[in-house]
Design a protein around this ligand. Structure first.
Ligand code: PDD
Length: 292
């Protein structure tokens, strides 16, 4: 059974999925996306992901391509047809197709694409040893809160990380403070055991994993603060980690080559990863119950 993609109303073999050469996503990056994790066949945190999709679209004045119920249906249909157990659903919405002109076209309807991807469990070595990150200037625009497909700066900084043998790059603002990774949010644990991640503003994407982990942290009673931290503070922190819909909670053990803490994944980080995995299992059960 070939993997299917959804493109503007049709389910097509993934390789045949295509949009028009004058799609504004292709020409102007005039669109947004979401990556929703799928765990054991169920969408995790689907509502907050759809909330963020709606918000991103609203900020760009692109209408929703379909009602929320329809989007949910398409996602479920793709998961079912692609027999997806664990991985992600990728959703992309652009302003649509029109003759190339920077201003919004008068008559245009949004393009909607959905695909799925199966992911492998995280390699054991990543969790045993942690991952390394490099730091680099944040050269992005000033609306990083919008999950735009304009990801060129993220692409370039991630490539820098890969070429340095690192897992991720933490981007740094003009005041030497970490904003976020190329596709992940950045966290540290201070020597006082305070969990710190940058506050949600236009400088970062407010990760859904970030939001869910904050809930988990609150429920477990850990001390936390949402505030910026500098690269220097991160390098002298007790622990560090990153979060996203595909990395979940991933221990960071090196920043620019310098070991964090004792250079091993932190105890609190690994407890939070475990708590987060339990949260996903819990959400999975609830979602499976609702869909049944
Ligand atoms: N990236 N920051 C940026 C810039 C991101 O692109 C992402 C997600 C995150 C984490 O958000 P969430 O927890 O909602 O996944 C933070 C996705 C996974 C991607 O681009 O593939």
């Amino acid at each position: 059974m070939p993997r299917l993609a959804y493109v503007n109303g049709r389910y097509l073999p993934h390789r045949q999925g295509a949009v028009h050469i004058e799609d504004r996503g292709f020409q102007f990056a005039d669109g947004v996306y979401e990556v929703v994790p799928v765990y054991q066949g169920s969408l995790i945190d689907e509502e907050p992901h759809l909330d963020r999709l709606e918000r991103s679209l609203r900020e760009l004045r692109i209408p929703m391509p379909a009602g929320r119920a329809t989007l949910k249906l398409i996602a479920r249909e793709l998961i079912r047809r692609n027999d997806l157990r664990t991985g992600l659903v990728y959703m992309q919405v652009t302003r649509g197709t029109a003759p190339r002109e920077h201003s919004f076209p008068a008559k245009v309807s949004p393009t909607l694409v959905m695909t799925t991807r199966q992911t492998k469990p995280h390699r054991e070595a990543l969790l045993r040893d942690g991952v390394s990150v490099i730091t680099a200037p944040d050269i992005r625009w000033r609306r990083c809160d919008i999950k735009s497909v304009a990801l060129l700066a993220n692409v370039l900084v991630k490539q820098k990380a890969v070429e340095a043998g690192a897992y991720e790059a933490w981007q740094v603002d003009d005041q030497g403070r970490v904003t976020e990774g190329s596709s992940t949010n950045a966290w540290i644990v201070t020597n006082e055991n305070m969990v710190v991640t940058r506050d949600a503003s236009q400088a970062i994407l407010n990760g859904i994993t970030r939001l869910s982990l904050l809930k988990v942290i609150r429920a477990a009673g850990y001390e936390f603060a949402e505030r910026p931290f500098t690269v220097a503070e991160a390098k002298s922190a007790r622990e560090a980690f990153l979060t996203s819909s595909t990395s979940y909670v991933m221990p960071v053990t090196r920043i620019d080559g310098a070991p964090i803490g004792d250079g091993r994944p932190g105890a609190l980080t690994m407890a939070l990863r475990q708590n987060y995995m339990a949260y996903m299992a819990d959400r999975q059960e609830a979602a499976a119950g609702q869909d049944a």
